[in-house]
Design a protein around this ligand. Structure first.
Ligand SMILES: Nc1ncnc2c1ncn2[C@@H]1O[C@H](COP(=O)(O)OP(=O)(O)OP(=O)(O)O)[C@@H](O)[C@H]1O
Length: 229
């Protein structure tokens, strides 16, 4: 790796994605080149249908590109089969969704440690301590015994961020993470995403429609018709 490559968490080269065939063909990505610098918070903006979610899903190994390459931490995702991709996502990627996606029957603490359990780890005191430290950083340490329904939207989203960070992923992806939140709560969640990058060294990528939200990011990438504008 060259020194420059060392500072890049993920990159796309000539990335294309086509959905459907013939009359129903949609070119969601038309050749995207992008480098995501390590430890930075990048926002992806652009009109509806411009390819933001598709780009994020390809970078995260959730969707397969039609052409071009995605490299994460030196691994070409195109070289991985489905099983290897699943392991790759579990070990390297965290997600935060607009709708939080917490499991309603589990407490906040149980939700946060779930990715460790799914990865086959035993949930011991060390794991619970890590979850508490993250919850503390995110300001929800006093809500750990509560179920999602007993938390505000902002608290749920902060629990979701802690859950995404518990495996210490190289990349944290957030798809419209403040879409369901009021402006005060949005500001808190965005501040935590920014701190994940600045204080924990996470590489954070967020898709958003909101210019105010994008202001928290170090860089803003704008998509237009499947390309970076
Ligand atoms: N699974 C799919 N099958 C067919 N077409 C799809 C599929 N997913 C996305 N598309 C199309 O690809 C294009 C890009 O979609 P994408 O969701 O990436 O855009 P976006 O910028 O994230 O939009 P939005 O802001 O509305 O979420 C759109 O024209 C969309 O209709």
């Amino acid at each position: 790796m060259t020194p420059k490559e060392k500072d890049i968490a993920a990159s796309a080269r000539g990335l294309t994605k086509t959905y459907g065939r013939g009359d129903t063909e949609v070119h969601a990505l038309r050749g995207v080149d992008l480098d995501l610098p390590k430890g930075k918070f990048t926002a992806i903006m652009g009109p509806s249908g411009s390819g933001k979610s598709t780009l994020m899903h390809c970078l995260a190994g959730l969707d397969q590109a039609s052409g071009g390459t995605v490299t994460v931490g030196g691994t070409d995702l195109g070289s991985l089969d489905d099983d290897a991709l699943t392991v790759f996502r579990r070990e390297h990627v965290g997600f935060v969704f607009q709708s939080f996606n917490l499991l309603p029957m589990l407490t906040a603490l149980q939700n946060i440690v779930l990715p460790l359990e799914l990865g086959g780890a035993r949930i011991d005191d060390a794991a619970r301590d890590r979850a508490r430290t993250l919850a503390d950083t995110l300001g929800v340490a006093d809500r750990l015994g509560h179920r999602p329904a007993e938390l505000s939207g902002g608290q749920q989203q902060r629990v979701a961020i802690a859950r995404a960070l518990i495996t210490e992923p190289d990349l944290l992806f957030a798809d419209e993470p403040t879409g369901n939140l009021d402006s005060t709560t949005s500001a808190e969640v965005l501040d935590h995403l920014r701190r994940s990058a600045r204080e924990l060294g996470q590489t954070v990528v967020m898709v958003t429609h909101e210019r105010d939200a994008a202001r928290y990011a170090d860089d803003v990438v704008t998509m237009q018709d499947g390309r970076i504008a």
